[in-house]
Design a protein around this ligand. Sequence first.
Ligand SMILES: *Cc1c(COP(=O)(O)O)cnc(C)c1O
Length: 365
Amino acid sequence: MPRPILATIHTSALRHNLDVARRRAQGARVWAVVKANAYGHGIERVFDAFRAADGFALLDLAEAEQLRQLGWRGPILLLEGVFEPRDLEICSRLSLWHAVHTDAQIDWLSQHKTQVPHRVFLLMNSGMNRLGFTPARYRAAWARLNALPQVDDIALVTHFSDADGDRGIAHQIDVFEATTRDLPGERSVANSAALLRHADAARVRGDWVRPGIMLYGSSPDYPAHDATHWGLQPAMTLASRVIGVQHLEAGDTVGYGSTFTADGPMVVGTVACGYADGYPRHGGTGTPVLVNGVRTRTLGRVSMDMLAVDLTGLPQAGVGSEVTLWGRAGNGALLPVEEVATAAGTIGYEPLCALALRVPVRVET
Ligand SMILES: *Cc1c(COP(=O)(O)O)cnc(C)c1O
């Protein structure tokens, strides 16, 4: 028997979450963002559910190639654009749309020989200072692209730094609008947080929205709002089993570094899941976990292959008990990945993307 750890992908949840995004988008077209191997879920595993999207947005040419091999003939967008001139040949061959955010990428396009002109997404750095042309240089980049025979369509794009937080998006979208007011072309600005929190405004919906994390059922602005608040369903469950039980007395410690000390008699379950499975190591004692669908907590440090859970007061629990690290337990109880992540000092995106190759994955249709 293999180690009892298992990730389950809930196809019906993926479909449901895409519907939520589609309703919020109110007619804007929807890119299903599937970078990082569909946020750890596996492109080939989410493909069927996300066929109902208008396009797929990602970063790696290999992932684009994979989508074409799966039979997707619609739009595919490279969110970081190409990394070297040769990549443009693959864009032409696979008819990929690609972001443009540097002068070098425009130079490469101007040298590129292609039968079919490309659709490009011109990125503006409206304040996040990650990728894109500053507002002062944006229109010059647009004019350069517009003069190229290799380009037939230029969409106008920016990305928000604070769609999930108090600072919000107004300062960025005002700059974006002022700079692009009289330029033709489709607009795309909204990630999940903007789509959920700010998309009552048509200018935020634009022509294309770019939801990622919400499609996987995780709230982008937890703990302000949880997934249930947004009507999202978790698309991944990580589950394992208790493989050992220890009975502790006051003063006994648990795990590497002895960071947890019992203050009385306790029962500790050892679970076949560790950081080499993608479980976050930084939670320490107190990260929530479900045993037989009942909420309890982790104890001490997470090891490479195992972690400890508190079974004190759970008399039914023992070797073989079901442990839900995140997602949905057999009894229907839910443990949101963002809650686990928050206890470990990170965000829900990270443990999803970090799901390790060694974890077997089952797709529940
Ligand atoms: C990752 C990404 C998204 C999706 O972000 P979520 O927060 O997961 O919705 C959208 N746009 C761009 C440019 C991205 O890089």
